[in-house]
Ligand binder design. Structure first.
Ligand SMILES: Nc1ncnc2c1ncn2[C@@H]1O[C@H](COP(=O)(O)OP(=O)(O)OP(=O)(O)O)[C@@H](O)[C@H]1O
Length: 918
């Protein structure tokens, strides 16, 4: 019997919580979904399909953009290319050029020159001399450029510059490849162009450009010769050979070729070189109207290009027998002619630039020199764009400069110069010592990297001249200074960091001057000044714009000012007109004023009753034509008559009533009597009243008699009007109302005796003007007189009152002027008011005031201005005036004799009248 043990229970049990993960099917694969199979192996084996290896292998994977094979991948090193889109190659032209026979086999030579007119220099002797000179230099065998390796070269200065210890060697690195002088065209093509052509055939555009100084081998490299075909023929052969060999499709290509040139340096033009050579236009980066010639084989393409090159602008210079004077651009485009095949629009562009040239090297003059300026300018702009692209590729943070806008060439090649398309640039240089500056300039401009082994003052001077171009390259160099006073003088100053400063001998200086300074100066003038000119042009343009704006603003301001001036002129004219009107008004007013002056000049007189009596009663005069009211003068009137400074014009009327006249006292100054006193208000005729005393029936003897009396009295006392007495200036007389002067209080104060003699009637013939000589007549304040109360009769002549007397109130007085002042017997009696500033001889007498008569004229009116005159008249001693009647003693004394002299007075008056022509 056999015993079996029970199965043991497992100690731990693993429980799987999460469901088993299932792998998600990959959509990209076409692998079929593998179904879930049972766990049995047989079933599983049947369910698993076989791996679709054949399907996977048959799938077409899209081709990725493939970079061209790098000949020498050394991107990690500075010696390698800095970018795939820009590759810079360097080719060194051999020092000893091949014999001319080799040149004859070039592509251009068999083609006749259609532009022989561009040949330069014209002087064959000079041409030969320059050739010999260049040959000597070339035969020197000295090289300034040595190839360090396949990516770098070393540029060594000439010996003269090395001796100065200021020109040091420079290492230029980073080239995709450096082609030594002995390199062939094929090598250049294989390494540089073939990748481009392959990419082009694969649908990728690219450009090959040759850049270098004149005569360095650009054209030779690009086009080559029959024996040494250049890049273009080699590329065409590859293109068409590969196309023919392609089994899939047959392709054709179109070729367009044009040049950018400048006639005599005036602007840039684009010319089609393919067929007719018509002028083209360019918009943005596109050439309008260019003709593309479809070629089917390499021979056809080469002949087309050869024909175009014959039309290209070329010329002879000292640097190159057949120098290119334009920028030549060849475009090879792929054209699909099979139905259904899509054109990839790839373009292979090959550019042969005109080489930068120095005047000293080329010997260009005139129009050719202008071409040189254009070429140098274009080359410089291209170099600036290239430099900017190189710096941007080294440091993407550095923005690309917009130099491409400054020339048509760079505009057209913008995409390449901005790194958007692939470009292979080959720099061609010459290795001769005489080419050192040109080579150095180009390398500084276009080499990816530069390392200066030694401090080089000459280079620093160039760097200084082109510091804007090579700022990135001058980081290592020590700051140096160099004074270049001109082509003849060359004095170097070593930087402080060097310290081993050594003074140059004259020979060294002159040699350096020959080799460096002149070259530097020329180079500066050729290359650097172009940028300076461009910058100055921009500055001046902006400056002129600013000035223009300022001028515009000033013009607007000027317009505003002119409008203001115009308005001011109008206002001024208005003011002038107004002033003229005012002047006229003033003249009118003055004419009124001049009336009084005229009165003075014309001896117009205002007759004033000068009766010294308080009241003149003509009733008894017997004068038939004198009314009582006309002569009824009060004492105040008398005073007013004095104030008016007028004197009666004496006139002895021949037909006077003798009765009346006889009653006139000798001393009477009868204002009423036409033969009374009259005083010319003119200054010229002042006379003593004593001379005009009336003498009734008296002859001159009576006058003499009177004269004797006069001795006892002053003239004023006798006559009241004497030349030697008070001169009355009534110009200052203001409005005076005499009645106001003689107020009642004044009258009382006057205490004039109410003597009946005061009221002298003419009939009594005892009216005497008793004026004391010691009393002033009137002061200057008695300007305006109120004749209203005087009841004075004015002559028509006196109707025009002086202006200053305008305030005279004569309304009441001017009632019957003619009756009073122009009696029938009287010849002329003018009573005038004296004018302002009129000097009138007024007798030094004091008017007597008949206060008794004041009661009969209670009505008094005070003019507003008279109040002022009251103050003026305050100077008048009224009390004295009141006492004046006492002074009549003389008059009375004379009155006693008047009767005796009446006849004589009349005669005297007549005489006076005759003398005065009154
Ligand atoms: N690598 C080279 N090998 C032999 N000969 C060369 C080479 N490079 C240039 N030459 C010769 O030098 C001369 C000047 O060359 P090329 O005309 O190409 O200069 P370039 O740079 O085009 O001048 P330019 O800018 O004035 O047109 C030509 O006669 C050419 O045959």
């Amino acid at each position: 019997m056999e015993m079996t043990s029970p199965p043991t229970c497992p100690g731990t049990v693993t429980v799987r919580r999460n469901p088993p993960r299932k792998a998600r099917a990959t959509p990209s694969t076409n692998a079929p979904q593998m179904p879930l199979v049972p766990s049995s192996s047989s079933a599983t084996t049947r369910a698993i399909p076989s791996f679709p290896i054949q399907d996977i292998l048959s799938m077409e994977i899209p081709e990725k953009p493939r970079n061209p094979p790098q000949p020498e991948p050394s991107s990690s090193s500075p010696k390698g290319p800095i970018s795939d889109t820009l590759k810079v190659y360097l080719r060194i032209r051999p020092l000893l050029p091949p014999k001319p026979s080799g040149r004859n086999g070039s592509v251009r030579d068999p083609i006749p020159r259609s532009r022989a007119k561009n040949a330069w220099p014209q002087n064959p002797a000079k041409k030969t001399e320059s050739r010999d000179k260049n040959a000597k230099k070339k035969n020197s065998g000295e090289a300034c450029v040595t190839v360090s390796d396949s990516h770098s070269v070393t540029l060594s200065p000439p010996i003269a510059l090395q001796e100065s210890k200021r020109i040091k060697s420079e290492v230029y690195d980073g080239f995709s490849h450096v082609f030594p002088p002995e390199s062939s065209q094929g090598e250049v093509y294989e390494r540089m162009v073939r990748p481009l052509v392959e990419d082009f055939l694969k649908g990728k555009s690219g450009m090959l450009a040759a850049l270098g100084p004149s005569g360095s081998g650009k054209t030779h490299t690009v086009f080559g010769s029959t024996r040494e075909p250049g890049m273009v023929p080699l590329a065409l052969q590859q293109i068409f050979n590969q196309s023919e060999g392609s089994s899939k499709s047959s392709r054709s290509f179109s070729i367009s070729i044009f040049e950018i040139y400048s006639e005599r340096g005036k602007g840039e033009k684009v010319c089609d070189l393919s067929l007719e050579g018509t002028e083209l236009s360019m918009q943005q980066s596109t050439i309008r109207g260019i003709q593309e010639v479809v070629v089917s084989d390499a021979g056809q393409a080469e002949s087309l290009i050869a024909c175009a090159m014959s039309k290209r602008a070329t010329g002879m210079t000292n640097a190159n027998i057949q120098s290119s004077r334009s920028q030549c651009i060849i475009n090879i485009s792929s054209v699909a002619y099979k139905v259904g095949e899509v054109d990839n629009n790839a373009v292979l562009t090959i550019v042969d630039l005109a080489g930068a040239e120095r005047e000293k090297r080329t010997g260009n003059q005139g129009a050719r020199l202008l071409e040189s300026n254009f070429i140098n300018n274009t080359s410089m702009v291209f170099g600036l764009c290239l430099r900017s692209l190189l710096e941007h590729q080294k440091n993407p943070k550095k923005p690309l400069q917009k130099h491409f806008q400054n020339s048509l060439l760079t505009k057209y090649l913008r995409d390449y110069l901005e790194g958007k398309k692939r470009m292979a640039l080959i720099l061609t240089i010459r290795a001769g010592t005489e080419d050192y500056l040109d080579t150095s300039y180009l390398l500084k401009q276009a080499s990816p990297y530069m390392k200066i082994k030694f401090n080089n003052n000459a280079e620093s001077s160039i760097m200084h001249c082109n510091k804007r171009h090579f700022q990135a390259l001058s980081t290592v160099e020590q700051p140096k200074r160099m004074k270049v006073g001109g082509l003849e003088a060359c004095v170097f100053e070593e930087g402080k960091s060097i310290g081993d400063e050594r003074k140059l001998s004259k020979e060294e200086a002159s040699r350096i001057c020959r080799l460096d300074v002149s070259e530097t100066a020329t180079k500066k003038s050729d290359f650097v000044d172009l940028a300076e000119k461009e910058r100055n042009h921009q500055i001046m343009q902006n400056f002129s714009k600013a000035i223009w704006n300022v001028l515009k603003q000033y013009k607007q301001k000027l317009k505003v000012a002119e409008s203001e001036i115009q308005s001011l002129k109008e206002n001024l004219s208005n003011e002038k007109t107004r002033s003229l009107e005012l002047g006229k008004e003033l003249e009118d007013l003055k004419s009124c004023c001049t009336c009084s002056e005229g009165l003075r000049k014309d001896a117009s007189l205002v007759k004033v009753y000068t009766s010294s009596e308080s009241k003149v009663d003509l009733k008894g005069c017997g004068s038939s034509n004198i009314d009582e009211k006309d002569v009824d003068l009060h004492s105040s009137d008398l005073k007013a008559s004095y104030c008016s400074s007028t004197l009666e014009k004496c006139d002895s009327s021949p037909r006077e009533d003798k009765d009346m006249l006889s009653q006139v006292s000798t001393s009477d100054v009868d204002a009423v009597n036409p033969s009374c006193f009259c005083v010319e208000n003119s200054d010229q005729q002042n006379f003593q009243i004593g001379d005009i005393y009336l003498g009734n029936g008296h002859n001159t003897e009576g006058l003499n008699e009177y004269s004797g009396i006069e001795d006892n009295y002053s003239n004023a006392e006798v006559t009241g009007y004497s030349q030697s007495h008070g001169m009355v200036r009534n110009d200052s007389c203001s409005s005076v109302e005499l009645d106001q002067l003689l107020t009642e209080e004044d009258e009382k104060s006057l205490q004039l005796p109410p003597s009946p003699k005061d009221d002298v009637a003419l009939t009594q013939g005892c009216s005497i003007v008793d004026v004391p000589e010691s009393q002033p007549i009137f002061d200057a304040s008695c300007k305006d007189l109120n004749f209203e109360k005087l009841r004075r009769k004015l002559l028509p002549v006196s109707s025009t009152l002086p202006r200053d007397c305008s305030t005279l109130d004569v309304e009441d007085g001017i009632t019957e002027p003619t009756e009073l002042l122009d009696p029938p017997q009287s010849q002329e009696e003018d009573v005038t008011f004296t004018k302002v500033s009129e000097v009138v001889d007024v007798p030094d007498i004091e008017p007597r005031v008949d206060l008794s008569c004041k009661a009969g004229k209670p009505k008094r009116r005070l003019a507003p201005a008279s109040s002022i005159l009251l103050r003026d008249f305050s100077a008048l001693d009224v009390e004295d005036d009141a006492e004046k009647p006492k002074g009549n003693r003389g008059g009375r004394k004379l009155a006693a004799d008047d009767r005796k002299t009446t006849q004589g007075r009349i005669a005297l008056l007549r005489l006076l009248k005759r003398d005065l022509h009154i």
